[in-house]
Design a protein around this ligand. Sequence first.
Ligand SMILES: Cc1ncc(COP(=O)(O)O)c(C=O)c1O
Length: 367
Amino acid sequence: MVNVMKLRQVPRDPIIGTNHFCHKSNLRDLYPFNEPNILLFGYARIALLDGMIKLGLKEGDEILVPSYICNGVLAPMHYLKLCVRFYDVDHELRPDWDSVKKNLSAKSTTLLVVNYFGFPTDGEEARKICDCHHVRLIEDNAHGFLSRSGSQHLGTYGDISVFSFRKTVCVPNGAAVVFNEKGIPSEGYADACYRLGNSRSSLRFFARSGMTTLQCLLGLKRYTAPPLKDLCDDPYQDQNEEYEVANYLYPISPISKHLLERIDFDRHASERQQMYQQWVEFFNNRNHYSGEKVRILWPDLPSGVVPYVFPLLVKNRADLIRDYWRQGIQCFPWPFLPRDSRENYFTKRLVCLPVNSYFRISDFLGK
Ligand SMILES: Cc1ncc(COP(=O)(O)O)c(C=O)c1O
């Protein structure tokens, strides 16, 4: 299995490893599966769509969204024809609360905050502002499945919270919306309307993840980093496919449900944390890349946080991505910037380094 055999290439997405299959977990004991008001979907953007419909959002309603955000979040808002207003984030990716307040208007109905890369945002402040201005709070926890702030799971302070399991563990698809408020109906709009494509997407998943696993074991793609264009480095690139919710209207696949019950989540979380610490040490020891200083976005990993990636800020992102791919590390930019968001401090600087499989960094870099 992958964790015992030596990876010759580190994948950007979770692949099947020894944390799968040898375990039987009871999902009913695990947050958010133990929530009574949870609805499962294939993708978080559809979970978000469903949640927004249940919250009563309709055409013309104003929603506040951080300016540093991806198409996947904006797609359902465009679908519902909401009016999106962007607020600023600071250099630690925290909401700039003054900018939030400045953007609130009489037409604002909802504030969306993001737990970037599995790290908690200030939910208490967000809640205070929402209560004070009588707007709904959406917690985008797509990066934060398994992650906690202290003893509290992420995804518990929004009126609704969304999850994307497939970003943290190797499943064909899988996402959820949790209604943290009482009295919101429980039948999933998208789930009820679109029962498409299960077996096809599951088959594709096995073919694709089997191939990726093999490629990583053999190091096949090591010298063929995709052109940056394919990593969506260009914010003005046409990304209609991702922008269309119709392409993501899948229910959660039965295979995903099956796999989720066979993953050793504790071990998986701990491996992600160890990998994160390894990256911190690595960049503490070499804090320059091609003559320019690099910045570790969050050098401290609070206990309980299960990271989605290790985010690093570099001046020459394109060079680093190309170089690391060549050395077997599949790093990537985030987000795939939508055409209608503004450029900011992070644009073209942030690189995500993978933490989803356990490996020794020194086996790949800095030889
Ligand atoms: C912060 C955030 N929220 C939501 C999504 C949408 O997730 P999914 O790809 O499962 O629809 C993404 C990814 O695209 C994301 O990065």
